[in-house]
Design a protein around this ligand. Structure first.
Ligand SMILES: Nc1ncnc2c1ncn2[C@@H]1O[C@H](COP(=O)(O)OP(=O)(O)OP(=O)(O)O)[C@@H](O)[C@H]1O
Ligand SMILES: [Mg+2]
Length: 807
């Protein structure tokens, strides 16, 4: 610190200087500014923390001109001592415009550049640093060329300012006001994001023309960078912009179409019209409006267009409010039911009761769902059709047999390719009425698997508390099913899922007796077949005996479906004879039935010709109604093992074991040699081996066959039996007595052995059947044996076997 700074006026201000002329002392305090450069006119905030800078600002602030030198450095990271040495040659003299001291001791100041200065010498290292400086003057001021470049530069800068996020757009308007090329160059350099060297080079350039053109080329470069970046950004944004653009175009298009009076495509307006006519419920209408709106925005060639359109068509086609009017005249209904079906008095009565309730409740079907249970061909489906006819409702049928997928009932969500509503909604659409009679066939044959449980979906369909808001996955909006009259059908109640069974009122349609079949055949099936085959009146005379023969020898069923088919076959044969002109009138009698149908398929008598040892006729309930089931037993030399064959279920196997144990325990009374069981194996077989069988009701039959086989007492072939047995030989009651008795009657049995406790069930058996049969009610197996077995043994086995057992 040898020389103290002196103040000395300088008399030659730069020609471009603002009017208030700069009085520059020889020596001024200096702040090294790292890589920062300040241009004349530029404002720069400074925060001084260290002593060197603070003292420099202090000294300047207290001087007359408040002037301070700002010099950038070769290397910003220098230490205090070398500061002076590494200051760059050209710097700026700036005035302190404002200054404040913060409580933490730092000094904040705003400087404004005044003029370019050259560093003549560092006078002392300070603090503060003092330097001798000399003001510089710009060269080659205003000329035409500079003016032309100015315009280019100003334009380019405005473009750059618009492209760049870093520069405020207002800057662009300031540029227009600058008239001096030197000032313009400085202003732009100050506001462009330049590299430190470039910044310094602009400061150091005193030739105005060159400074401006340097700034120009830097600006052009910057502009290119900005343009490339913008392009990249807009590519990224492109997709978004395109959608926006499309949207705007579409809006415009709509406006144009509206202007032209053709707001929507004819297809769309037709769809709209259909939706209007469908009288959608409010919430559905909203959904429809949304989708219509969407549809109007999707190009018709897009696959989504079809999806949305199909959906809207479904909405339009469904009978949301279209219903048929119920005809609730009970007398009329009774007449229709009688017209279509013979007999079934009990069933018809219950249906009429049901209709009466429906009438009193004003057509509201809420309440139990009817479920018709009975063997095939007993008229369940056709009764449903009759009820629909009587009521004047549309009839639809959904077959549930083998349905495993919930989606079959409830549909697939629209997001699936090719999604469709479930069967319920499909059928409703087909019916075109919201209150049809819907028959849910084979509800006992519903399946379940990994695709969901259709039974639970069905529960929602059938539950009166839920079905007014049944939601199909595809429609995705509730449809009121409470107006539908549901009737389910099943062959057996056992496999109906119990939650479903709980909601239904079961009405049984047991099989028909021979007499009933005869009447049905004569009065209903034959006339229908004659008509269907176009046989002229009087061309066919078919005797009652012939129909009876058809029933007995060509069918064996609880219902009448095969009977109808056989009658159809006869009619077709006759149609041909008549058509060929061979005969004008044909008579079919009991004796010539086989001319039309071939040899008899079933023999009326029981299978065996004579009373056999080890074969007993049991009665079983199957899904086809009652049936006669023959149980065979035989003994062969062995060690007391029991073999069971014929696909017997667990319960049936257990009752076979029980039968055997009973036989062993009664060996003495039954006259069986004590050693018999040690030397013989027993085998029980139930023919029709491929059909699975189960249930306890074959207990008495197996005991009878087994004991017959052991004792060699033959079984009367005209005896049929059913009943469960206990180990001590008690006979317990079993189910489906009516079906079983009818089956025994069909098969030609004369005597039927039944558990005593089932005596009351005979009420259900038609009188004409009861007349033909003798019933033996039993409480104990001994009574069964007494009725079914011959008293005497008949031993016609090979001698070898006799010896083995007898000895
Ligand atoms: N009582 C009856 N009076 C007149 N025709 C009858 C009677 N019972 C059944 N039929 C006729 O028998 C045929 C078979 O009946 P339907 O198809 O209704 O049987 P189903 O009980 O539905 O059998 P499945 O369980 O196999 O579906 C029909 O043509 C039907 O009209
Ligand atoms: Mg049916």
């Amino acid at each position: 610190m040898t020389d103290k700074p002196k103040r000395k006026a300088k008399a030659d201000p730069a020609p471009e200087e603002p009017p208030d002329e700069l009085v520059l002392p020889d020596v001024i305090p200096v702040i090294p500014s790292g890589t920062n450069v300040v241009y004349p006119q530029q404002l720069m905030p400074v925060m001084a923390i260290d002593e060197r800078d603070k003292s420099a600002i202090d000294e300047a602030a207290s001087s007359d001109g408040k002037l301070i030198g700002i010099f950038s450095q070769e290397d910003a990271a220098g230490d205090g001592e070398a500061d002076g040495a590494r200051l760059r040659q050209i710097g700026t003299v700036a005035a302190i415009v404002r200054m404040a001291k913060a409580p933490d001791g730092s000094v904040h100041a705003i400087l404004q550049g005044r003029a370019r200065v050259r560093l003549v010498a560092v006078v002392d290292q300070g603090p503060p640093l003092h330097a001798r400086v000399e003001q510089l003057t710009d060269k080659n001021g205003k000329d035409l060329e500079a003016e032309a470049v100015m315009r280019d530069v100003a334009e380019a800068f405005v473009r750059a300012a618009n492209l760049s996020d870093a520069m405020p757009t207002e800057i662009a308007s300031v540029v227009g006001d600058i008239t001096e090329p030197a000032a313009l160059a400085d202003f732009i350099a100050a506001n462009l994001p330049l590299k430190p060297e470039d910044r310094y080079d602009i400061l150091a350039e005193l030739d105005i023309g060159r400074r401006l053109s340097n700034v120009h080329s830097l600006l052009i470069h910057e502009l290119e960078v900005l343009e490339v970046r913008n392009k990249i950004q807009s590519d990224v944004k492109g997709e978004l912009d395109k959608r926006q653009r499309d949207f705007i175009l579409r809006e415009q298009m709509k406006a144009i179409q509206k202007e032209l009076g053709e707001e929507t495509s004819p297809e769309l307006s037709e769809l709209k019209e259909r939706l209007q006519k469908a009288e959608l419920p409010e919430n559905v209408q909203k959904e429809a409006d949304r989708e219509i709106e969407r549809l109007s925005q999707i190009p018709a060639i897009s696959p989504e267009y079809q999806v949305v359109r199909t959906y809207l068509e479904w909405l339009a086609d469904l009978p949301w409010n279209a219903t048929t009017e119920d005809q609730l005249d009970i007398a009329h209904a009774a007449k229709v039911l009688d017209e279509d079906h013979y007999g079934l008095d009990k069933v018809k009565r219950r249906i009429l009761d049901f209709l009466a309730v429906l009438k009193l409740k004003g057509g509201e079907t809420r309440g139990p769902i009817l479920c018709f249970v009975g063997p095939p061909g007993t008229g369940k489906t056709s009764l449903g059709q009759s009820i629909a006819r009587a009521l004047g409702r549309k009839f639809i049928r959904v077959s549930l047999g083998g349905m495993r997928d919930e989606a079959e009932i409830r549909g697939h969500r629209r997001t699936y390719v090719g999604a469709m509503p479930g069967r319920i909604i499909q059928e409703i659409r087909r019916a075109g009425s919201a209150n049809p009679l819907m028959m849910l066939d084979e509800i006992d044959k519903l399946g379940t698997d990994f695709r969901g449980d259709p039974a639970s979906a069905l529960l929602e369909v059938l539950d009166p508390a839920q079905n007014h808001t049944f939601t199909d996955h595809y429609l995705d909006t509730p449809f009121d099913l409470s107006r539908v009259f549901f009737i389910a059908t099943a062959n057996l109640p056992d496999t109906i899922p119990s939650p479903l069974l709980d909601r239904m009122e079961v009405i049984e349609l047991p099989g028909y007796t021979e007499h009933e079949k005869l009447e049905i055949g004569r009065r209903y099936l034959l006339p229908r077949q004659l008509e269907q085959n176009g046989i002229p009146k009087g061309a066919l005379r078919i005797s009652e005996g012939a129909i009876r023969e058809l029933i007995r020898s060509y069918t064996r069923e609880a219902g009448v479906r095969n009977l109808e088919r056989e009658l159809g076959t006869v009619c077709r044969r006759i149609a041909r004879l008549v058509a060929e002109g061979k005969q004008e009138q044909v008579s079919v009698t009991q004796d010539n039935v086989s001319d039309f149908l071939g040899p008899p398929r079933f023999r009326w008598e029981l299978a065996s010709e004579r009373d056999e040892v080890g074969v007993a006729a049991g009665l079983a309930a199957t899904s086809a109604g009652g049936d006669v089931l023959f149980v065979e037993a035989t003994s062969v030399p062995g060690k007391g093992n029991l073999t069971l064959t014929g696909k017997l279920g667990d319960v049936m196997q257990e009752s076979a074991q029980a039968a055997l144990t009973y036989a062993r325990s009664r060996a003495g009374v039954l006259g069986i040699a004590p050693a018999f069981f040690d030397r013989s194996d027993l085998h029980i077989h139930v023919p029709a081996g491929a059909v699975p069988k189960d249930g306890p009701s074959a207990g008495v039959t197996m005991a009878t066959a087994l004991i017959s086989a052991i004792t060699r007492r033959p079984v009367y072939k005209d005896v049929a039996m059913t009943g469960e047995i206990t180990l001590r030989g008690k006979v317990l009651p079993v189910g489906a007595i009516r079906d079983k008795v009818l089956a025994a009657h069909r098969a030609g049995s004369k005597r039927v052995v039944l558990p005593r406790d089932n005596e009351n069930d005979l009420h259900d058996v038609p009188d004409e059947v009861k007349r033909d049969l003798e019933f033996i009610f039993v409480e104990h197996v001994d009574e069964v044996l007494a009725a079914a077995l011959h008293a005497e043994a008949r031993d016609d086995r090979p001698r070898v076997e006799q010896l083995a057992v007898g000895s």
